[in-house]
Design a protein around this ligand. Structure first.
Ligand SMILES: Cc1cc2nc3c(=O)[nH]c(=O)nc-3n(C[C@H](O)[C@H](O)[C@H](O)COP(=O)(O)OP(=O)(O)OC[C@H]3O[C@@H](n4cnc5c(N)ncnc54)[C@H](O)[C@@H]3O)c2cc1C
Length: 395
C-alpha cells in the first residue's frame, strides 16, 4: 500500500482525510498541536460560518486570483459541503447575508469532533505533537522530535500565518524556500486598517457599527458593514478590499477609501429627500429622513467641512463618498487570513508542487485570497476534497 503523509491538521487536511481512499493508501496525519483544527474552532467563536449560499459559479468568482478556485469549487461546491456535513449529522442554516452556519445547537467543538471521529473511523492514523521542520531532497520529512518519515506522497496543509496561537505560524516558509520553492511574504488579509480619527470623534463612537454601507477603492466596491475602532476600521466591507488596499500600501501609494453611507440611493434621490424634508436642521434631516445614525453623521462632519455640510448638493455627494485615509494594516497575528504563502506558479492544477514530485500543498499555505463570509473555509475544504479525488483516481 502506498503511504500518504498529511502534514498539518486544519480544515484543508481534514477534508482531504475524509475523502482519500484508505483502501488504496495508508494515511497518517501529522499535527504539531495536541488536537486538530484549532483555527477552525477560533473561526467558530462568532458562529461557525462554513460557506456561502449562492450558485457555484458566483461562489468561485469570489476567489483571487480569478479562476484559481474554479475547478475545486466545481468538484466540491457549497451544496456538496452542506450535504457532506448533514450526512455526518451536522445541520446547517442560511443566516444573514447568505452566510451558511452550523446549526445553533451545535458548538464548533462538536462539529470538529464529528469530523475527526469520521476521519479516525476511516482508518487514518493521527499523530499529535509532530512539528514538521524540514524536507530533504529525497522527500524525507523531518520532525522537531528527531523522527524522520519517508512517505511516497506528502500532502502539506500547514495554514497561513495569523493567530499563531492556533498553530498556524507560517514557520514552514523556510523549509520550502530551502527546496527552491517561492514563498511570498505573509501579509495580513481580512484585517483591520488604521485611520487617524479626531480625538472627539473616536471618544464618542468607538465600537459603533455602520451598517448597510458600501466601501469603494479603485474599481472595487464592497457592501456590508464597518465597525469604528480606536485603531481604525474593521468589518466585512473593509476586509473584502484588504488585498487591494494591502497591495496599494506595499506599493507606497496613499490609500483613501470612499465610504458610501447610502449605497441604495442615488445622489438625486438623497437630494430629493433632503429638499422635501419638513425639518430645517441638516442633522435632523440626515437622522430622520435619511436614517443615518449618530456615528454616520459624526463621520460626515469629521471628513467634510462646514461649507459642504450646509450645501444640500455637496452634502448629498459627500454622503455617497466620504474620503477616509488609510494609514496601515493591522497586526498580521490578528488577521482572519493571510496573503502570501506558496506562489501559485509553484503548483500544478492538482496542487502538486512542480519542483517536488508527489508533494502537494493545499489550504491557506498557498497564496490566494477570499473575503470573509465562509469563502475561506469553503476554499480549504474544496481543495482538500479535490486533491483526494485526484489521488484516488491516480492509483
Ligand atoms: C478569527 C478568525 C475567524 C475566522 N472565521 C472564519 C469564518 O467564519 N469562515 C471562514 O470561512 N473562515 C474563517 N476563518 C479562516 C479559516 O479558519 C482559515 O482559512 C482556515 O482554518 C485555514 O485552513 P487550513 O487548513 O489551510 O489551515 P489551518 O486551519 O491554519 O491549519 C493548519 C494546521 O497546520 C498545523 N501546523 C502548522 N505548522 C505546522 C508544523 N510545522 N508541523 C505540523 N503542523 C503544523 C497547525 O497547527 C494547524 O493545525 C477565520 C480565521 C480566524 C483567525
Amino acid at each position: 500500500m502506498k503511504q500518504i503523509a498529511i502534514i498539518g491538521g486544519g480544515p484543508a487536511a481534514m477534508m482531504f482525510a475524509t475523502h482519500i481512499d484508505t483502501a488504496k493508501y495508508k494515511v497518517t496525519l501529522f499535527e504539531k498541536n495536541k488536537s486538530l483544527g484549532r483555527k477552525f474552532l477560533v473561526a467558530g467563536d462568532g458562529g461557525l460560518n462554513l460557506t456561502f449560499n449562492c450558485p457555484p459559479e458566483e461562489l468561485a468568482s469570489r476567489y483571487y486570483p480569478p479562476r484559481f478556485m474554479d475547478s475545486a469549487i466545481k468538484a466540491f461546491s457549497n451544496e456538496d459541503l452542506i450535504t457532506f456535513l448533514n450526512e455526518l449529522g451536522i445541520d446547517t442554516f442560511v443566516g444573514s447575508s447568505n452566510r451558511v452556519f452550523a446549526s445553533r445547537d451545535r458548538k464548533p467543538v462538536e462539529v470538529l469532533g464529528k469530523i475527526v471521529d469520521y476521519i479516525r473511523s476511516r482508518g487514518v492514523e493521527i499523530q499529535f505533537g509532530k512539528k514538521f521542520t524540514g524536507l530533504t531532497e529525497n522527500g524525507v520529512l523531518i520532525f522537531e522530535d528527531g523522527t524522520e518519515v519517508m512517505p511516497e506522497i506528502c500532502v502539506f496543509a500547514l495554514g497561513g500565518a495569523s493567530y499563531k496561537v492556533t498553530g498556524s505560524d507560517g514557520a514552514w516558509k523556510e523549509a520550502f524556500e530551502k527546496r527552491g520553492i517561492r514563498v511570498n511574504k505573509f501579509r495580513a488579509a481580512n484585517c483591520a486598517f488604521s485611520v487617524d480619527w479626531q480625538k472627539d470623534f473616536i471618544a464618542g463612537h468607538e465600537g459603533k457599527p455602520l451598517k448597510n454601507i458600501a466601501l469603494n477603492f479603485g474599481s472595487m466596491t464592497a457592501k456590508g458593514e464597518l465597525v469604528i475602532t480606536k485603531f481604525g476600521l474593521e468589518g466585512n466591507a473593509i476586509y473584502a478590499l484588504s488585498r487591494e488596499i494591502q497591495d496599494a500600501l506595499s506599493g507606497g501609494e496613499n490609500v483613501t477609501v470612499k465610504l458610501d453611507l447610502k449605497p441604495t440611493m442615488t445622489n438625486e434621490r438623497i437630494l430629493e429627500k433632503y429638499e422635501s424634508s419638513r425639518y430645517k436642521k441638516a442633522t435632523d434631516i440626515l437622522q430622520k429622513d435619511l436614517n443615518l445614525n449618530r456615528t454616520a453623521i459624526a463621520l460626515l462632519k469629521q471628513f467634510t467641512n462646514k461649507e459642504i455640510f450646509i450645501n444640500p448638493e455637496s452634502l448629498a455627494k459627500a454622503i455617497k463618498s466620504i474620503p477616509v485615509k488609510i494609514q496601515k494594516a493591522g497586526d498580521i497575528d490578528e488577521a482572519i487570513s493571510t496573503l502570501g504563502g506558496i506562489d501559485l506558479d509553484e503548483v500544478d492544477e492538482n496542487f502538486g508542487l512542480k519542483k517536488m514530485p508527489d508533494t502537494y500543498a493545499i489550504g491557506e499555505m498557498l497564496d490566494w485570497f477570499a473575503p470573509t463570509g465562509g469563502f475561506l473555509l469553503q476554499g480549504c475544504f474544496s481543495m482538500g476534497f479535490t486533491l483526494a479525488k485526484y489521488l484516488n483516481r491516480t492509483l
